[in-house]
Write a protein that binds this ligand. Structure first.
Ligand code: OAD
Length: 242
């Protein structure tokens, strides 16, 4: 079912609980490559050679070089108007949670506070022996692969293919999606589970679900409204209309 903005913006005005699920598309206009679209990382690189536990066991240096390259891209990028609109939305609704699949830290750099990271963060690393995390590795790395003070290898604190999502983040995301009055789904191809199930979870709990994307996705037919357009253009416009 499709509504014009004037028909559904009241839902947002009345909403007490708002959740937002973001994917790589929201950072595209900051110059950070997405995964599956034109110029997407998985069009150039093979995920199984770079983003799996097996790849890391085989060649930790190669995996770290790839993450160091991505850290470099993101460190040189700035949050865009889409990220900033979500900071403002957070300030304007009583209860807000930003659930992101992104590991680029741009939401936090923009100023978002309630951020639930489903796939980890490029700027955190984790000890493969102790499980402790840290966010103080130099950028770019001076030692590849980096090691912990305990002597074991560090790994990027991100979720790789074949790994489970952090339990607490996923539990929080599922609960808040279900409780939300409005959910925005922004810049995600909605093909990677379990994150892709969150819009349906929100709908099951009675939320009005609004998708913002430059293309149609598998969830376009199940959401209440799809706003075609870039996140950096559409989200500020939604805020203006609020
Ligand atoms: P994808 O690359 O799969 O999808 C990006 C989505 O953003 C596509 O639907 C594009 O149409 C849309 N898009 C591109 N530019 C946009 C713009 N300016 N404004 C709005 N939408 C735009 O990225 P994700 O859905 O985030 O997982 O991918 C999900 C997961 O797959 C990632 O978190 C990553 C990847 O493998 C892990 O690394 C675990």
């Amino acid at each position: 079912m499709e509504f014009g903005i004037e028909t559904w913006i009241d839902r947002l005005r009345d909403a007490r609980r708002v959740t937002v699920l973001t994917g790589a598309g929201i950072s595209a206009e900051s110059g950070v490559p997405t995964f599956r679209g034109e110029g997407g990382l998985w069009r150039t690189y093979r995920a199984e050679e770079l983003a799996t536990p097996e790849a890391f066991a085989r060649d930790p240096g190669l995996v770290w070089e790839w993450y160091d390259y991505r850290r470099g891209i993101v460190a040189g990028a700035e949050p865009n108007a889409g990220h900033r609109a979500l900071v403002e939305l957070e300030a304007r609704v009583p209860s807000f949670l930003l659930i992101t699949q992104n590991v680029d830290n741009l939401h936090q750099r923009a100023g978002s506070r309630a951020v639930c990271e489903l796939h980890g963060n490029l700027f955190r690393s984790r000890c493969t022996a102790e499980g402790t995390t840290r966010d103080d590795l130099p950028n770019p790395l001076v030692e590849i692969p980096p090691v912990c003070t305990c002597g074991a290898l560090l790994r990027p604190d991100v979720v790789w293919f074949g790994e489970s999502l952090p339990v607490e983040a996923l539990t929080t995301a599922g609960r808040e999606a279900y409780r939300s009055d409005v959910m925005f789904v922004v810049g995600t191809s909605a093909v990677v589970y379990p994150a892709a199930a969150l819009p349906e979870r929100a709908a099951a709990g009675g939320a009005f679900v609004v998708e913002v994307n430059v293309t149609r996705t598998p969830i376009s037919s199940v959401v209440d409204v799809t706003i075609p357009g870039s996140a950096a253009a559409v989200l500020p416009a939604v805020l203006d209309a609020l």
